[in-house]
Design a protein around this ligand. Structure first.
Ligand code: CS2
Length: 504
């Protein structure tokens, strides 16, 4: 006889779990929810929601507005997984310790000695669809709208339209503005979000319905009705810099939770132990600083450091690792040639582009610390996941620091190798029976590669022409072209490990 199906993670099983349940009144947290989150993927559940969880656990003033209403705008798979669980899910905090606490079962059911499970309850409401998300933004208690819509979500997709519809409803109801807080790895993410929202608001017709779908009415109905000016005056768009490695959830994560908590959780998340969040000061934010977030006047120095010394090296390992046939980031980070290359990339090239520039010794220490984070095998972070969406990620991670160095007349061979590795990866994905290219511009990139004649110069021209991974004025610099062509030639001739060694 088959054993009975395990119970699903739900509020009424919390008392029986072998993990600490949320230690606060969720109904009260729901009644006082002040944050609406657009894009409730694994990252938001392991980052924003973990900060919110700590605030709710602290209680009192700290908890005000911390509860989250999670909105999914499109696929709805996350809300569908979380709805039967009333928003509850398990956070698995990985640790690099690697040892096992035993406990039987197969390997992936064992908790490593420094792995921790906790049930997060801070997602106290779930809504699905653009109209419902706009309603949530327009709720009187909403004070912050947080975004994880990926690098791609600012150029296309429904986010700006939903924000505009929600803000229009707030204005019509005589409510105040909110803070819109971007949590994506985009340079000046607050400014980017603001520009997208204002541009959309200017097209928002005077008679446009506020149902989150004003397509066809914008412009034709008379254009801006003053909404853009109202938003510019009442809505804050603080930039923020988020940091926590959160791989896509796997079946092994779900099995681990089942084994240890005895309940089925369809939407657990796994994240590294390290987390940080730097936010530009803005009125009305929930007290995320009381859970460890840092409030600053200008996030630029933090943003550069994070994007260029964490995400840039991450992309370097993802492309070089994928080209070398390595499945996961930890394998790439512990490959001696690739690790040495990343250390040289940060210490010798990236460090001078930071604000203030980092002395080489401090940059080496930073690179080593970052490599330790990447080397955590329990994360199981796939190179292919980090390699996804290169056309949207590489400008802020590699292209901008490369441009800064070219402007200062400095060498860019290592930064160029990372871009070259991306180009070689795109070329590999464009070949018949190649691996899939995951990128919103995949079709354009594959087409550009297939039309290009053979050899590095043509590949460089084709991919620089099809994207803005480098600013146009830098893409035309002979020194940059030469470095990229050389990088591709090294990769072709020697393979990724030896190419990395030659440039370490
Ligand atoms: C990664 C990031 O997938 C990627 O592109 O580089 O998601 C990275 O794990 C986080 O930004 C770390 O904070």
């Amino acid at each position: 006889m088959r054993p009975p199906a395990p119970p699903r993670l739900r509020p009424h099983v919390l008392g029986r779990l072998r993990a600490a349940p949320p230690g606060y009144d969720r109904a009260a947290a729901a009644a006082a929810a002040g944050t609406v989150h657009l894009g409730l993927g694994a990252f938001a559940r392991a980052h924003l929601a973990a900060y919110a969880e700590d605030l709710l656990a602290a209680g009192g003033d700290a908890a005000a507005g911390a509860g989250i209403v999670g909105a999914s705008l499109r696929s709805g798979s996350v809300t569908a997984a979380l709805e039967p669980q009333a928003g509850l899910y398990t956070e698995i905090t990985s640790g690099p310790g690697g040892g096992s606490s035993g406990g039987g079962g197969s390997d992936d059911e064992r908790l490593r000695v420094d792995e921790r499970l906790r049930v997060i309850g801070s997602v106290v409401g779930l809504v699905h669809g653009e109209g419902a998300a706009a309603d949530a933004i327009a709720a009187p208690g909403t004070r912050a709208v947080t975004l994880t819509v990926t690098e791609t979500g600012y150029r296309s997709g429904p986010t700006a339209a939903v924000l505009v519809a929600g803000l229009a409803r707030r204005r019509a109801a005589g409510l105040g503005g909110v803070a819109v807080v971007s949590c994506d790895n985009v340079a000046a993410n607050g400014r980017v979000a603001r520009a997208a929202v204002l541009e959309r608001a200017e097209r928002h017709g005077a008679g446009a319905g506020a149902d989150g779908d004003d397509g066809g009415t914008g412009g034709s109905a008379g254009g801006d009705d003053g909404l853009a000016a109202w938003i510019a005056e009442h809505v804050r768009f603080p930039s923020s810099v988020v940091d926590r490695i959160v791989p896509a959830t796997t079946d092994a994560d779900r099995r681990l939770v089942l084994h240890h908590l005895g309940v089925a959780d369809a939407a657990p998340v796994r994240g590294e132990a390290h987390r940080s969040w730097v936010i530009e000061r803005a009125p009305g934010l929930p007290a995320w600083d009381r859970a460890g977030a840092l409030l600053v006047d200008d996030v630029t120095p933090w943003e550069r450091r994070k994007l260029r010394t964490v995400n840039g090296p991450h992309s370097a390992l993802a492309y070089l690792g994928a080209l070398a046939g390595l499945e996961t980031i930890d394998r790439a980070a512990t490959d001696p040639a690739l690790a040495r290359f990343v250390a040289a990339l940060v210490a010798d090239e990236v460090a001078t582009t930071l604000e203030p520039p980092l002395p080489a010794a401090a940059a080496s220490d930073l690179a080593r610390a970052t490599l330790v984070r990447f080397a955590d095998a329990s994360l199981g972070h796939r190179c292919a996941q980090v390699a996804a969406d290169g056309s949207q990620k590489l400008r802020q991670r590699i292209g901008d620091p490369l441009a800064a160095r070219v402007g200062a007349g400095e060498r860019v061979d290592r930064l160029a190798l990372v871009l070259g590795a991306w180009m070689a990866w795109v070329a590999r994905c464009s070949a018949p029976a190649g691996p899939p290219l995951v990128d919103p511009l995949a079709e354009r990139l594959i087409d550009a590669v297939r039309r290009a004649s053979a050899g590095p110069p043509a590949l460089v021209d084709a991919l620089l022409g099809a994207t803005d991974v480098l600013p146009a004025e830098v893409a035309d610099e002979p020194a940059v072209r030469t470095a990229l062509i050389r990088a591709l030639a090294l990769l072709d001739e020697h393979g990724p490990r030896r190419a990395a060694e030659l440039l370490s």
